[in-house]
Design a protein around this ligand. Structure first.
Ligand code: HEC
Ligand code: HEC
Length: 381
């Protein structure tokens, strides 16, 4: 009797264990086996869900930004798809490379049909997160492009697709290319519930992917979070010495916050100014925002990776940029107040120690994780 009870208990335990095991083996599968086989002919996407949502750091607001991961996956494929350009040689990623914080390393980028862009590619990893900062300037948000001419990624992407120097694809042509592929119907069904392909759906998908990009794990972010945890605020960051920083980086931080932060953002977040002229020349070949010779004030995340610098890629290195502010600012009529001394252009006259410290500090903005995050990587085989 005792034996049979033991046996029953044992059997029950075994049964429980085996059913547990079965449950552990069941992984979530997004696509049917046939669909996954079709996708796998061209793409390297996981069959389980990559979550595109993310959590902002504590010093910001610890909030979770929920993203539609199926929509972002569709957008990711489009972002890397050469077929969406006129001569099938260029994708968004040709000019926005993950390993370079989604910028490229040329003054002007190569587009379709051997053409070139007329401005330096903007790093998509230059902001904390597009969805968080970008939008209508009337809502005090930053618009897109060096001349701030688009308020949404949808509008930005429509212009970029159509631009003869970039992809040369008006939306009807983009639709044609999307329609000819074997993988898009499946990805559209996954994202929208049916495989109808429309312009708005295409642009929404690109937008969801671009808006899901986020960069908040640089050395600077980590130190800011520590400072925030200890002080429950970011007050006094100018003078705070970050324990994870070298003396040089801490000194660079002070110089940056005092001299650059009012325009580029004191805590490397929202820029203090949306547009400005920083005295690159007396005569601007490209006159920027409404012919004013003013340009977007870029935030400087991942700046180490995104040279050459400025809208025209005219400065090769961070050392050259610091040299420009030190004693190269030109007294252009549009030169912004922060860079003036009365009627004259201000020269910061940094000494060698200052210059090296500024550059060392700017390098703390680099987020290595973003550069290898598989959610943003090329999905094509
Ligand atoms: C041929 C190179 C090239 C291609 C292809 C390209 N871009 Fe760009 N991108 C640029 C350049 C150059 C700029 C800056 C243009 C300007 O300001 O007028 C830019 C700007 C942007 C911006 C604005 C960023 C900001 O901070 O204002 C976004 C977003 C963007 N591109 C996303 C995309 C997406 C999405 C695609 C694909 C649909 C794409 N790009 C394709 C070169 C390119
Ligand atoms: C008046 C506001 C202002 C101040 C102050 C200012 N900048 Fe800028 N900065 C700009 C503008 C505007 C641009 C883009 C100019 C262009 O391309 O025509 C820029 C561009 C840059 C770039 C290149 C960004 C890129 O993506 O190509 C770097 C790096 C930079 N600034 C660093 C600094 C540093 C370091 C300081 C302090 C020593 C500083 N800036 C002070 C307005 C400012």
């Amino acid at each position: 009797m005792k034996n049979s009870i033991t046996l029953t208990v044992l059997l029950i335990i075994l049964f429980l264990l085996s059913s547990c095991k079965e449950e552990l083996d069941v992984t979530y599968e997004r696509y049917s086996p046939e669909d996954y086989a079709t996708l796998s002919e061209t793409l390297n996407i996981d069959n389980d869900l990559l979550d595109y949502s993310f959590v902002f750091p504590k010093y910001y607001n610890s909030r979770t930004l929920a993203m539609n991961s199926d929509l972002a996956t569709l957008g990711r494929v489009m972002f890397y798809d050469l077929n969406l350009s006129d001569d099938r040689t260029i994708s968004c990623a040709s000019c926005h490379k993950q390993e370079l914080a989604f910028a490229d390393d040329k003054a002007f980028s190569d587009g379709v049909n051997n053409r070139q862009t007329t401005r330096n590619s903007l790093a998509l990893g230059a902001v904390f997160n597009f969805a968080e900062y970008y939008g209508d300037p009337n809502d005090n948000r930053i618009p897109f492009f060096w001349d701030n001419r688009a308020n949404t990624v949808q509008e930005q992407a429509r212009q970029t697709f159509a631009n003869v120097d970039e992809m040369n694809m008006p939306m009807d042509k983009v639709m044609e290319r999307v329609n000819e592929s074997s993988y898009y119907p499946i990805l559209f069904r996954e994202a929208f519930g049916d495989s109808e392909i429309t312009e708005d759906r295409i642009l929404d998908a690109v937008s969801e992917f671009v808006n899901s990009m986020s960069t908040y794990e640089s050395k600077y972010d980590i130190e800011l979070d520590k400072h925030y945890e200890q002080n429950f605020s970011l007050n006094n960051i100018e003078n705070a010495s970050f324990s994870g920083f070298s003396d040089e980086e801490n000194f660079g931080k002070q110089l940056y916050i005092t001299n650059c932060g009012n325009c580029h953002g004191r805590i490397n977040g929202f820029p203090g100014k949306i547009e400005a002229n920083n005295g690159l020349a007396m005569d601007y070949a490209d006159t920027g925002i409404n012919g004013s010779s003013m340009f977007k004030v870029p935030t400087l995340r991942n700046i180490e990776l995104t040279g050459p610098y400025m809208h025209d890629g005219s400065l090769e290195t961070l050392e050259e940029v610091v040299e420009h502010y030190s004693n190269g600012i030109m007294n252009h009529p549009s030169l912004s107040q922060e860079l003036r001394n009365g009627n004259q252009a201000r020269q910061f006259n940094f000494d060698d120690t200052d210059k090296a410290a500024l550059v060392a500090f700017l390098k703390t903005f680099t987020d290595q994780n973003m550069l290898v995050d598989e959610r943003y990587a090329d999905p094509f085989k």
